[in-house]
Design a protein around this ligand. Structure first.
Ligand code: GLN
Ligand code: ZN
Length: 784
């Protein structure tokens, strides 16, 4: 298909005069699987624990699928997805479909069952799980396919066609959704032992052979549409990768003939080159775009859209919980109608609704005003359909005016706006907020006060969260124990944690975070502008879900949040006690963020709130303060062109939090990932005095940056052991790692600490592991 230019006005006029009015179509890219009350989570975990049967699990899952399909059909959605359900992950489902099971799982062929499937997902008694990684810039994680030249692809899971038939038997015609073949390969990694030069795309012909079988199966079952999700098209792909799309769909075209084929993209603006490739693919009849995150994609569409093809316009946000501004979306859709033609425009979601909460109906604790501003997946379906109806001249006036009223209330509500905060945030512009003294002079001033040994030891913050501790917090929240009892219990816990650290002879102590259930929620609950849901869960991986806070208004800090507990902790020891805060970028990235102002604006507001906390801690005599930025890297935009801007305001926000402290106050930060090499200059620009960083699974990678000559003058603590595993690292092993680091980093900047917080570990693991860590540090100190 060739790209035609804008239709002329005359043409359009004629067109709409001569064609009869049609029902406008609606489409949903994908839907959450967990269920409104996490039914799938509980069914999965009970099955894994051997408490229920495979049949039980299948029954819960079939009921969830049926209710989702029915919900969409009742709402009037025309293109309803199937095969977006998954027992674990949709990429793993594709791996199963292709029979690409790594040899170590001992699969011997035939249809892949729960045994093999869940072994790949979670590991089993003898074999660890496959690697998991983040799905683009979301908080969803997928199981990374491991492919080598040896893989013997076979059609080994018929899930797609089974789900299609299952829906059909319920009277619902669906669009089966498959991960597109090229995205599948681009998201894979070469299997262990396969040389670096191996090209994953060289597997394309073999993979396509299986896709053809799946397509034939779906056709035979009666499918008239197929959706291929190709989200990698929004990345900045090299031309040979774009060429793979052209080749793949040319190869599939004969198999696809007679079907309507939708290629769905999402999560960002699609680059112009990719747009050209996409809209020229053979065999494809429809293109889906994220028009929420991809506002520039609109210009590409206006610049030319192939005639006779469908546009699936993703105007309802799949990644947030805000009610759609229906009037604005209708305006966008009206504009698009003029370009692609009335009968070729389909109203859709920006991406799968997997990334939003499930159903607002179950929110009993949110007040009515805030609730009127929100739409979870179930409500978004209704919005999509209302927009489609409005386009075809059947506008539900009552629904639209209720929506307009809610939008207006959100704009004018005094709960959203805090003028003092806005003024303070606006005043930040124009200065880049740097501490006056450079880092080496600051470290000298700090050392005078702290008097630390060389290779100082510390931990990242949390200590094991015992069952007893969780009970105390829960009972206090439910008003079952008094504040007095609660404070007493937490103080006691802090005292024990401090004593333990003194016994272990750690140099810079922590209070252990016993009062926190979550590093973002704890702060959100004390800041204004945040709301919390009861059931607003979003799948993170497998059966794991997170419940992000909702930032709905200007953020401020009415009262100190951590000063009391940090002071309690400091009173138990003469050693330096680290104050422990979550940084603004992490709070932002792990929340549902308001969409009525730029993310940067919200981040600056949070930064100011944290700044107040930092300064209050300092006043209370806390000389070391850690500001965790665990999620800074994951907020990095997908498109390269947007990354510098993000890093700029994210790093600036971090600096704002601690620009006001004295030279002698030591600011730490912590990051939970090892792949920071690509943003090392931004990390240096954060200008923290000490950074502790996850490293234990890849010493080489991290250290290579410094070996390549990056100048790093601040303190740095690359984690010396992996806290994700129950394994206790021997002293010699830790000493060995420290020595490797010393070969690359100056001895006076190196810190010794674990990879991350100890919250998920047991004391029986933490005590010996920290004992060995301190012993290793001392061993090397003596040698230096
Ligand atoms: N201070 C936090 C803890 O130790 C940091 C957690 C994290 O980095 N995710 O638990
Ligand atoms: Zn961490």
């Amino acid at each position: 298909a060739s790209i035609c230019s804008f239709r002329s006005e005359e043409h359009r006029g004629l067109y709409s005069l001569t064609l009869p009015e049609r029902t406008m179509a609606s489409h949903i890219v994908g839907y959450p699987r967990m269920g409104p009350k996490r039914e799938l989570k509980f069914a999965l975990e009970s099955f894994w624990d051997g408490k229920s049967s495979a049949e039980d699990l299948k029954k819960v899952s079939a009921d969830l699928r049926a209710s989702i399909w029915k919900q969409m059909a009742d709402a009037g959605i025309k293109y309803i997805p199937s095969n977006t359900f998954s027992y674990y992950d949709q990429v793993l489902d594709a791996t199963a479909t292709l029979g690409a099971v790594p040899a170590r799982y001992g699969w011997t062929g035939g249809e892949i069952g729960f045994d093999t499937y869940f072994s790949m997902a979670r590991g089993n008694a003898t074999v660890p799980a496959m690697e998991m990684t983040k799905w683009f810039d979301t908080n969803y994680h997928f199981i990374v396919p491991e492919l080598g030249p040896e893989v013997n692809f076979t059609y080994a899971s018929h899930k797609a066609v089974e789900e299609y038939k299952e829906a059909k038997a319920l009277g619902v015609e669906t669009v089966p959704v498959l991960i597109g073949p090229v995205s599948y390969l681009l998201l894979s990694k070469p299997a262990k032992g396969v040389e670096k030069s191996f090209s994953l795309l060289s597997l394309l012909p073999k993979v396509l052979a299986i896709y053809k079988e799946v397509i034939a199966d779906l056709k035979a079952a009666g499918a008239s549409w197929i959706q291929f999700d190709e989200p990698t098209l929004v990345l900045d792909l090299e031309s040979h990768k774009l060429q793979a799309f052209t080749d793949a769909y040319a190869e599939l075209a004969p198999a696809l003939s007679g079907l309507n084929v939708l290629v769905e993209t999402y999560f960002a603006d699609i680059p112009a080159e990719a747009y050209k490739t996409l809209t020229s693919l053979s065999g494809v009849t429809a293109y889906g775009f994220d028009l929420v995150r991809g506002t520039k994609t609109l210009d590409l569409i206006k610049g030319g859209f192939p005639s006779g093809k469908y546009l699936f316009a993703g105007v309802v946000d799949g990644r947030n919980i805000w009610a759609n501004d229906l009037a604005a979306s209708l305006g966008t859709l009206n504009g698009l109608e003029g370009i692609v033609g009335k009968d070729k425009l389909v109203v859709s979601t920006s991406c799968s609704l997997l990334h939003t909460a499930v159903d607002l109906v179950n929110e009993t604790k949110l007040d009515d005003e805030i609730k009127s501003w929100l739409a979870f997946a179930a409500q978004k379906i209704v919005e999509v359909n209302a927009l489609a109806n409005a386009l075809s001249g059947k506008k539900d006036e009552a629904f639209f005016s209720a929506n307009a009223a809610a939008q207006a209330s959100r704009k004018s509500s005094p709960r959203v706006t805090n003028e003092a905060v806005q003024k303070a945030a606006a005043a930040l512009k124009g200065s880049d907020h740097r501490r006056a003294t450079n880092v080496s002079a600051r470290l000298d001033a700090q050392q005078k006060k702290l008097n630390l040994p060389i290779l100082p030891t510390t931990t990242i913050g949390s200590f094991p969260q015992t069952v007893e501790l969780r009970r105390v917090r829960r009972e206090y929240k439910a008003n079952k124990i008094s504040e007095e009892e609660y404070v007493k219990a937490i103080k006691e816990e802090i005292r024990k944690v401090v004593e333990l650290q003194e016994e272990l002879d750690i140099d810079v102590l922590v209070h252990g975070e016993p009062e926190r259930n979550d590093m973002v929620e704890y702060f959100g609950e004390q800041l204004s502008g945040f709301a919390f849901t009861v059931n607003g869960w979003v799948q993170s991986y497998g059966s794991r879900c997170v419940k992000p806070p909702i930032i709905y208004g200007d953020v401020s800090r009415p009262n100190p949040m951590t000063v009391f507990w940090s002071s309690v902790a400091q009173s138990f020891t003469k050693r330096p006690m680290k104050g422990m805060l979550t940084g603004p970028v992490t709070i932002l990235n792990w929340s549902f963020v308001r969409n009525d102002q730029p993310r940067s604006e919200t981040c600056y507001q949070i930064a100011l709130a944290i700044k107040d906390e930092v300064e209050d801690l300092e006043k209370a005599g806390i000389n070391v303060i850690q500001i965790d930025e665990a999620a800074l890297r994951e907020g990095l935009p997908l498109r390269k062109s947007e990354q510098a801007h993000y890093l700029d305001w994210a790093v600036h926000s971090f600096r704002i939090t601690n620009v006001g402290v004295q030279d002698s106050t030591q600011i730490h930060t912590h990051m939970c990932y090892s792949n920071f090499n690509d943003i090392i200059h931004s990390i240096i620009d954060m200008d923290a005095d000490v950074i502790t960083i996850e490293n234990s699974r890849s010493d080489e990678k991290l250290l290579s940056v410094f070996r390549e000559g990056v100048k790093y003058g601040a303190g740095i603590g690359p984690g010396v052991y992996d806290i994700h595993s129950p394994r206790i690292p021997p002293t010699e092993e830790i000493a060995d790692r420290i020595n490797k680091m010393l070969a690359v980093l100056e001895k006076n900047i190196l810190w010794v600490n674990p990879d991350c917080g100890l919250k998920t570990r047991k004391y029986t693991e933490v005590k010996p592991a920290l004992t060995n860590m301190v012993a290793a540090a001392k061993l090397i100190r003596n040698e230096l």
